[in-house]
Design a protein around this ligand. Structure first.
Ligand SMILES: *Cc1c(COP(=O)(O)O)cnc(C)c1O
Length: 380
């Protein structure tokens, strides 16, 4: 799949070339519902790669986060500490259970949750901490797991952006009690729409499978562990069909190669903007010691909102699409209705106004010099 000129897009889904082969195989197998052979292959890969006790494919990372919220048995008014600088699903999944997301500020260096602010946000209602590994760069998991353990809280990793990243040698998604991956087409490893719940705490394994299969013991029934298949708990239809799993399998087989190509692009950007950072024109992403990142995104931080706005306009005039995100959740209409902010959100608001994401996709390589030249011309 090539890109054939015109505007250089911000994202372009990368295909390995094997997706249709496996989809055809699923078609020939004649099993199209979920939990079939391709689903099992993907589960095996995810379990081996992350070291989790159980992986379950879902229709989205959003779905996986909703499963995590169900597993935590949250009651109305229970609180979950998380960053405000994140995608809506991080909060929505818990709000659907009647819980209250409690936002704390992010660190200015990684844009991840500021681990030093978590303990001060804990109340008698706090049940969990949901961290987001922004741009595929790990949060300070040692500090976060220690606070959680001290206060008896669960940790959920929103690892939507973090497939193939690690922290002190451990795969992201394999550290918290529960974790969620995304295979949305804007992420590194894709299935169109797709995700996975990773269960690292043994206590959740059995119930996760029940929730996944609409609240039934269908999986144990098919394994011959029970002689009746019935409704036994809360649940929903979280699993994707086999066509999606077949597509994903082609991507997982090439996940290393996809990551390597993305990292090479990331490094070219990083080298190209080093002198501009030294001059104080922009700030580049920071990857802390001990973190290996998957090059999910490359961003630049401008000194002000107005400079960001004119950069995006200048790049667009040169035929290059760059984007920004997120509207901090504590300022969004639903965030104000359902959530609470703990403390000032100084870095959250400031960084959300100054960030720009550059195009990053395997296949961009022949056009990368053009993107870099345009950006450098603007900055120079
Ligand atoms: C993409 C993303 C999600 C949602 O993923 P879906 O698979 O589209 O549901 C959730 N959280 C974060 C941080 C994301 O980047």
């Amino acid at each position: 799949m090539g890109y054939s000129g015109g505007i250089i897009p911000f994202n372009r889904p990368f295909m390995t070339g094997h997706e249709t082969t496996y989809i055809l195989e699923a078609h020939t197998n004649g099993q199209l519902a979920g939990n079939g052979p391709f689903t099992h292959r993907c589960h095996g890969w995810l379990e081996q790669y992350t070291g989790c006790k159980k992986a379950l494919l879902t229709h989205s990372c959003t779905g996986a986060l909703e499963m995590a919220a169900l597993l935590l048995d949250l009651e109305p008014g229970d609180e979950v500490i998380m960053p405000s600088y994140t995608f809506v699903s991080t909060a929505n999944a818990f709000v659907l259970r009647g819980a209250v997301p409690v936002f704390v500020d992010i660190r200015s260096d990684t844009l991840n949750i500021d681990e030093t602010l978590i303990e001060g946000a804990i109340t008698a209602r706090t049940r969990a901490i949901c961290v987001v590994h922004y741009a595929g760069v790990a949060c300070d998991m040692n500090a976060i797991m220690a606070v959680a353990e001290k206060h008896g809280l669960a940790v959920v990793e929103d690892a939507a952006q973090a497939v193939m990243s690690s922290y002190q040698g451990r795969s992201l998604g394999g550290i918290g009690h529960l974790a969620a991956f995304s295979f949305h087409e804007t992420k590194n490893v894709i299935a169109g729409e797709g995700g996975a719940l990773l269960v690292n705490d043994e206590r959740f394994v059995e119930r996760a499978e029940i929730i996944w299969e609409k609240g039934t013991n269908r999986s144990s029934f098919f394994r011959g562990e029970v002689d009746k298949y019935t409704w036994i708990d809360l649940g929903s239809s979280f699993l994707p069909g086999e066509l999606t799993a077949a597509f994903l399998w082609a991507q997982l087989e090439h996940a290393e190669e996809i990551t390597t190509r993305r990292i090479a692009i990331w490094q070219q950007y990083h080298a190209a903007f080093a002198s501009f950072e030294a001059d104080g024109h922009v700030r580049r992403p920071l990857i802390p010691e001990g973190c290996a990142a998957n090059a999910h995104m490359y961003y630049l931080l401008f000194p002000s909102l107005s400079e960001r706005t004119s950069f995006i306009r200048a790049m667009r005039d040169d035929g290059i699409h760059t984007v920004f995100h997120y509207v901090p959740l504590h300022t969004s209409p639903a965030g104000q209705r359902f959530c609470r902010a703990h403390g000032a959100m100084r870095h959250t608001q400031d960084l959300a106004d100054r960030i720009v994401r550059l195009p990053l996709w395997p296949g961009l390589e022949p056009y990368l010099d053009r993107v870099i030249n345009c950006a450098q011309r603007y900055l120079g």
